[in-house]
Design a binder for this molecule. Structure first.
Ligand code: DX5
Ligand code: ZN
Length: 220
């Protein structure tokens, strides 16, 4: 059976109580940590000193999402903090393949993220260079936005190329994932689901279980 990984985003957590907010999602697969630089996106979150502490206390591994400009300069440093996975934006680097190779050399999984306006076509023949491809289903920058169902054809196009080439890349979706929208993303070929407000808007353990159940009804 296909897997459905649930990665809660701590962007919607209480930042003053991060340790207990991390404990509350220990039944999830990975913790999704959003980095924003008030430049690549019009919002600001955290940097290395805070993520070092998150890394130290988190019961589950870190899935880092870098929404920062000049990824070539900064992404390897995040990988060196001991992340399980580092995803940079395709729009923030001139050479995604070279950057992914540097991240893999450090020992983290390398992910590339596509904003809603970014075409998948240039990546379909180089999927083997990445461990994860993130299809944004909102404009990056803020939690709690509505799911863009019109991204599903792009996701399906990537999933088709993954099958055709027989590549073991994880297909992640991020933005507006709820029990009502997760099924569409499963159907289009996603296997890894970020959810911020849907998890922290209620009792996290219950919300994670509900998302898993909703995903499983669509998994083939
Ligand atoms: C948005 C971030 C997301 C955000 C998702 O730019 O990348 O990870 O936390 O939040 P929800 O699930 O509330 O849309
Ligand atoms: Zn994210």
């Amino acid at each position: 059976m296909t897997v459905a990984r649930i990665n809660p985003s701590i962007l919607s957590a209480d930042f003053v109580n991060l340790q207990s907010e991390l404990e509350a999602i220990r039944s999830a697969d990975y913790v999704h940590v959003d980095f924003m630089d008030n430049h690549f996106v019009p919002n600001l979150t955290m940097g290395p000193p805070i993520v070092e502490r998150i890394q130290a206390v988190s019961p589950i591994p870190l899935d880092m999402h870098l929404m920062i400009a000049d990824a070539d300069r900064w992404a390897p440093g995040y990988a060196e903090l001991g992340a399980f996975s580092v995803t940079f934006h395709a729009e923030a680097t001139d050479d995604p393949v070279a950057l992914a190779r540097r991240i893999r050399d450090i020992g983290a999984r390398a992910g590339v993220a596509l904003k809603p306006g970014t075409e998948a076509t240039p990546y379909l023949e180089i999927l083997h260079e990445f461990d994860q491809l993130l299809v944004m289903t909102v404009e990056p920058g803020f939690g709690g936005q509505a799911f863009m169902a019109n991204m599903m054809p792009k996701l399906a196009q990537i999933a088709e190329a993954k099958r055709r080439h027989g590549i073991d890349i994880w297909l992640q979706v991020d933005g507006g994932i709820t029990v009502d929208t997760i099924g569409q993303a499963v159907e289009a070929g996603a296997d890894t689901f970020v959810a911020g407000s849907a998890v922290y808007g209620g009792v996290p353990e219950e919300r994670i279980a509900e998302l898993r159940a909703a995903a499983q009804t669509h998994v083939h």
